[in-house]
Design a protein. Structure first.
Length: 58
């Protein structure tokens, strides 16, 4: 899957997928064959961190 390169658009894309289709970040990354570490690093660079309790980046 090609993910958006812009981190703000990536944030919106990932949170929407997590809300609508995936019960966890792990499932999202596994389904899309992407590295969870790289994804979380990209979003932490703009100040967003995954919250397991709400299943979203805040």
């Amino acid at each position: 899957m090609n993910l958006p390169k812009d981190p703000v658009i990536l944030l919106s894309f990932v949170n929407t997928k997590l809300r609508d289709q995936y019960p966890s970040l792990e499932e999202f990354c596994k389904s899309c064959s992407i590295s969870q570490e790289e994804l979380t690093a990209s979003l932490s660079a703009i100040g967003y961190y995954y919250q397991r309790e709400t299943n979203q980046f805040l």
